[in-house]
Design a protein around this ligand. Structure first.
Ligand code: AMP
Length: 405
């Protein structure tokens, strides 16, 4: 019997990230290749790495300048590349990261015209992400109409939160219209929750805060490996300061920007999502590596503010849990910046955090404990794997006959 492959897609405004898995019999998910097409609408490039990180492809490609047509053509070229490297495997399904599942989708869903229409109605809740997630689904449906597609949501892990963790103090009819805290980065937290027992044993069931510090950044309080509270709310703008997003903000600021400064809703949206955060405060970059390396006074202040926001939110999540036993760092900054981890842990000494400086500085891509043996809070670095989570969900949504088991 031919082996099946499964493709995971994370589609953004100017890039398409992907990971291809060989689905074994158990099923096991062996990553065959991963990469991205970046620069859609600009100078597009296809980069693919093999299972061991070796470069399989890194070249400029040509795409239509119009981003929508560019994305469609990017998928055509990606499938051509995958087809040429399929080694006899057939494509069994495509799984997508979709940022918002709204109130109706608290589990992954097989894409049908009807589910796609429902997801389109959620676009105003995630204007910078949802349209690109959904246009990827449409483009692939046009290219490969017989291949099943599954949407996996960044909001779904947080569906377990209590009403008080989700509600805003707004009039009932506004809450009932769906204006509530949803939380995001759920696929990352779900993956972390899935590996907690392996690393922590019985403590996995305890009070854990996971900090997903990447371009987007949030934190999630978990108990019993389930989400109890999160820093992101109605949109992926709330909570921590991020690469280009502002994080928590007095809503009065938005009113002031519109009324007193005459900004349009579109201009405010651009300011808060794309021009704020590390970029806005440092004036240098939204990329932490560049900001940390820059050393200007503004860049140092940007890092200070970033760390300060994490400390404030950590206190809030510890309150939601009634204490803290484990703190997990993950994603690009959480996994790689010893300096940010050091500053966050230093500020969290009041919670019982004691960092092992040598363990924190050690470079490793494996999950590891970085707190001292005496620390009342165990601090860990755990690499996240949202793609694997999507692959597992996608396979789980296929009819038994199509699972190759
Ligand atoms: P992600 O969205 O998870 O890919 O994370 C991207 C963020 O991680 C960017 O801000 C990068 O600058 C940051 N990052 C990656 N490696 C490092 C590093 N070694 N030190 C500091 N920041 C890093």
């Amino acid at each position: 019997m031919k082996n099946e492959a499964l493709l995971v897609i994370n589609s953004g405004s100017s890039s398409v990230k992907f990971a291809a898995y060989d689905v074994g019999a158990d099923p096991t998910f062996q990553r065959i290749a991963s990469g991205k097409i970046e620069g859609i609408g600009g100078q597009p490039r296809l980069r693919v790495a093999g299972q061991d990180g070796s470069v399989l492809e890194d070249r400029a490609i040509s795409l239509p300048a119009d981003p929508a047509r560019g994305q469609e053509d990017a998928f055509r070229q990606l499938f051509e590349w995958l087809g040429g490297h399929a080694a006899g495997r057939t494509l069994g399904a495509v799984g997508h990261r979709v940022v918002h599942g709204g109130e109706h989708f608290s589990r992954p869903v097989r894409i049908t015209p009807d589910t796609l229409a429902q997801l389109e109605r959620l676009t105003p809740l995630a204007p910078l992400h949802q349209p690109h997630n959904l246009s990827a689904i449409r483009a692939i449906a046009a290219l490969l109409p017989d291949v099943p597609q599954v949407a996996c949501f960044d909001t779904e892990f947080h569906a377990s939160q209590a009403w008080v963790a989700q509600a805003y103090a707004l009039p009932r009819h506004i809450t009932e219209a769906g204006v509530k805290r949803y939380g995001f980065h759920g696929l990352s937290y779900e993956y972390i929750a899935s590996v907690l027992p392996e690393h922590l044993g019985a403590a996995a069931e305890g009070r854990v805060v996971a900090a997903h510090l990447g371009n987007g950044a949030s934190m999630c309080a978990m108990r019993g490996c389930k989400s109890v509270a999160s820093t992101m709310g109605f949109t992926a703008l709330d909570g921590l300061m991020m690469g280009t997003r502002c994080g928590s903000l007095d809503p009065g600021v938005v009113l002031y920007l519109m009324r007193a400064l005459g900004m349009t809703a579109q201009a405010v949206e651009k300011l808060l999502y794309e021009q704020s955060g590390l970029l806005g405060v440092s004036g240098v970059s939204g990329d932490m590596r560049t900001v940390e390396a820059s050393g200007t006074p503004e860049a140092r202040q940007a890092v200070e503010l970033y760390v300060h926001a994490i400390g404030q939110q950590l206190g809030s999540l510890a309150a939601a849990l009634g204490g803290l036993e484990t703190l997990v760092f993950t994603a690009g900054i959480g996994e790689n910046s010893a300096s940010i981890r050091q500053q966050v842990c230093h500020n969290a000494a009041w919670l019982g955090v004691a960092l092992d400086e040598a363990a924190n500085q050690a470079t490793s891509s494996a999950a590891r404990r970085i707190s001292t043996a005496a620390s009342r809070v165990a601090v860990w670095v755990m690499p996240t794997n949202e793609e694997l989570m999507i692959a597992r969900h996608t396979q789980g949504m296929l009819p038994r006959g199509a699972r190759g088991a």
